[in-house]
Design a protein around this ligand. Structure first.
Ligand SMILES: Nc1ncnc2c1ncn2[C@@H]1O[C@H](COP(=O)(O)OP(=O)(O)OP(=O)(O)O)[C@@H](O)[C@H]1O
Ligand SMILES: [Mg+2]
Length: 61
């Protein structure tokens, strides 16, 4: 599957959709350069799992 996001909100929403599909033990690897949206995606995944987006932080960006 291929998704193209045009905004931070859209990336978060894709993350939420992915997060809802995850099962215990699943591992998601995010690859991408600095500022490419990995943390934004992780925030969406976290929110689908009931984790506050504020608790998902990034070391660099
Ligand atoms: N389509 C998009 N999806 C996600 N972020 C976007 C998009 N367009 C612009 N942005 C902006 O790009 C930045 C992405 O930052 P984010 O922290 O998610 O990247 P990152 O891959 O985690 O970076 P780092 O490798 O430095 O940790 C944010 O400032 C966000 O507003
Ligand atoms: Mg990050």
């Amino acid at each position: 599957m291929k998704f193209q996001s045009k905004s931070e909100a859209e990336t978060r929403s894709i993350g939420r959709r992915l997060g809802k599909k995850l099962k215990r033990g699943d591992v998601v690897c995010l690859y991408g350069g600095l500022g490419s949206g990995k943390t934004t995606m992780a925030k969406g995944i976290a929110s689908a799992l009931g984790i506050s987006e504020r608790d998902v932080t990034s070391a660099s960006f």
